[in-house]
Design a protein around this ligand. Structure first.
Ligand SMILES: [Zn+2]
Length: 369
């Protein structure tokens, strides 16, 4: 069972789940099944067993159905995360296979927990993929793991018959003849038309070295500043090869943005202005609702305390330092902090293999004020 990416992007699935109103409890399970981290199915099955362990004594039909789905095997070529919503009592069964990774967790509640799904969709960046050589060009849009061919655009564009005087200069610079130059201008026009029509965050360019410079000089500045990566993919490549290259480029962009945020965190915290690092400081900022972006090292866990009166999370208990009520123990306050962040619509970044964040205490927050 597969949900089309279009349904995800339009938010229809989220709206349907968010408005779900049943009598019985709903079990929500997010599971990271990314093949890069979980090479064999057994690897994410172990992770699944770990996150459901605390609720084993409440063995339910929902949990069983989710487990059967997770352990039943599925195609991971386009799936990096699962979001499963189940309520046997109310006839709800929505196993979503997402083309992006998620933070693994399972929750039983009166409603489907859709925040993480919402965040994944909101943060899905849009990429244009432009492949060209001296004769041909292809254009794609890549978003949420899906590649859509826009190449028919080229046929609808006017031809560049007259290059004016610019050609001479460019010819000297790039050694492209005027036919190639006209072709590159049309290629750049198509990409710019796509940008004007529906926008994109990043541009991925695949072209032979000897024309890359000439091609990019024909780009509108808006396109040039969006070049995120160069793909080593020929214009004749199969769609799945293009898609695979786009997935890798997207990962690189995400890692770069994470690294930039961690750097921003490090320098702002160093100046004591606009950021905090370390678990205690982050938990305080969270209860004060000052967090704009929460950065957490993947796998960071810490036991602590949770206040049921004021929602404060703390590493030390049992008395709440905010409202002085008695707190209860929490197995993992980092997990609870991430939930609270999602609840507050804070941007959440779970950083993988970021040594700089590890050094800062494995958690930090960029603040609103
Ligand atoms: Zn309290």
């Amino acid at each position: 069972m597969k949900t089309p990416v279009a349904d995800l992007l339009s938010g229809d699935v989220v709206r349907r789940l968010a408005s779900f109103n049943g009598a019985g409890p709903v079990t929500t399970c997010y599971l990271d099944v990314d093949g890069r981290r979980y090479v064999r199915p057994l690897d994410y099955e172990v992770e699944f067993d770990r996150i459901v362990r605390p609720m084993r004594e409440r063995a339910s039909k929902d949990l069983k159905r989710i487990e059967d789905h997770v352990k039943g095997g599925f195609d991971r070529s386009h799936t990096r995360g699962l979001a499963i919503f189940s309520s046997v009592a109310d006839d709800l069964w929505e196993p979503l296979h997402l083309p992006v990774p998620v933070v693994s967790r399972v929750v039983v509640n009166q409603h489907p927990q859709v925040r993480q799904l919402e965040a994944v969709i909101e943060r899905a960046q849009r990429f244009a993929v432009l492949l060209a050589d001296r004769q041909r060009a292809r254009l794609f849009v890549f978003q949420l793991g899906q590649l859509v061919d826009w190449s028919e655009r080229f046929d609808r564009l006017p031809r560049h018959e007259d290059d004016g005087g610019e050609m001479v200069k460019d010819k000297r610079q790039d050694h492209v003849d005027s036919a190639t130059r006209r072709h590159l201008l049309r290629t750049a026009d198509a990409a710019f038309e796509l940008f004007q029509e529906s926008g994109f965050d990043h541009l991925l360019v695949g072209a032979p070295n000897d024309i890359t410079g000439a091609l990019e000089r024909t780009f509108h500045p808006y396109l040039r500043e969006r070049i995120a990566s160069h793909l080593n993919v020929p214009v004749s490549a199969r769609e799945d090869e293009v898609r695979e290259a786009a997935v890798a480029a997207e990962d690189e962009v995400v890692r770069r943005e994470e690294a930039a945020d961690v750097e921003r965190l490090r320098s702002a915290a160093g100046m004591g202005d606009g950021a905090v690092v370390g678990l205690d400081e982050v938990l305080s900022a969270l209860v004060e609702r000052r967090v704009d972006t929460l950065l957490v090292s993947d796998g960071f866990e810490a036991p602590g305390w949770r206040c049921l009166s004021c929602a404060f999370l703390a590493t030390r208990g049992p008395t709440c330092s905010v409202c002085a009520n008695r707190m209860e123990r929490a197995d993992d306050v980092v997990e609870e902090a991430m939930q609270e962040a999602l609840h507050q619509s804070v941007r959440l970044e779970v950083c993988r293999d970021n040594a700089d964040l590890d050094v800062l205490g494995r958690i930090g927050a960029l603040l609103r004020y």
